[in-house]
Design a protein around this ligand. Sequence first.
Ligand code: G3H
Ligand code: 13P
Ligand code: ZN
Length: 348
Amino acid sequence: MPLISMKQALEEAAKGGYGVGAFNVNNMEQIQAIFEAAEELNAPVIIQASRGALAYSKMIYLKKLMEAATELHPDVKAVLHLDHGNSPETCKQAIELGFTSVMMDGSLKADGKTVADYQYNVDVTAEVVELAHKTGVSVEGELGALGGIEDGHGAGLAVDDTEHLTDPDEAVDFVKQTGIDCLALAIGTSHGAYKTTRFDADGNALPPRLALERIEQIEKNLNEAGYPAFPLVMHGSSSVPGDLVDIVNKHGGNMPKAMGVPMEDIQFGIQRGVRKINVDTDGRIAMTGAVRKVLWETPEKFDPRDWMKPARAALKELIKGKMTDFGQAGHGSDYEPISMEEIAKSYK
Ligand code: G3H
Ligand code: 13P
Ligand code: ZN
């Protein structure tokens, strides 16, 4: 099956009342794990590559790996999305290569570090929308800026920063002025494993404090402004499961105490319009734990397949759990794919 547009995947998710996990990939094993999980659970899925991923593996490798995956798993409905595109130029490259969706993250300047002003964000995002929609490619924009740092992208704001949360009143104007297909929110989530500054008396990490009420307000404002069921996006949605961190640490790792976004908070968001849920860190921890375990327990091993296979299997299990909890499992065959040409016509 050809790749589908994000617009279609998220509109279907809104109809079905579920969320779709957007999982970051850098290599073949991650793509295989996610496609196998999606096939086994009959789940639509979003595969996304960051700029860091594209630099690591080169865009063309990822594109060809995705082609192989869609050929091997013809029933899986998958979106190929650029995560945190830093400029119209980067988005253009991804579009030309066949990505069916791009994020223009104009919340930061093109250096990926400096918080941008509102007008800059509107201008670059609208520019990408104009280009992308010509070929049916969907566009995600971001309003407000996330805390934490991603490799090469992120303003380095404190993870408990509240200054840059999405303004519910600005959200409508942003959607109107840019024409985006989905909106990434800053509601207190952050990238990476260390999302909280809160610990109890025994030193156990407590979940980050999220401004969940903003999701409801933003969805309400958009609805009243004539954008019913507008798809919202939650970045930084890893839960940082303690059992996975323990596997890492039991086998020579040294991850400090951490706590991510509880699944109940994500499900709260899904009930109020969050349709795309970004997860990268949890997959990294699952794979690292699996690799460490093999190398720790059998230090004589040196065939990469001996540790890549368990890493792939650990990622697949993790993704299956997320797909079930986000509600996308079972919905892969709800609809027929709309071609990118048809989607392009619908924008006109
Ligand atoms: O956007 C956040 C993802 O975790 C990507 O991270 O830039 O290290 O690939 P990365
Ligand atoms: P996590 O670091 O919480 O997995 O978030 C990933 C993300 O938002 C990618 O855009
Ligand atoms: Zn992100």
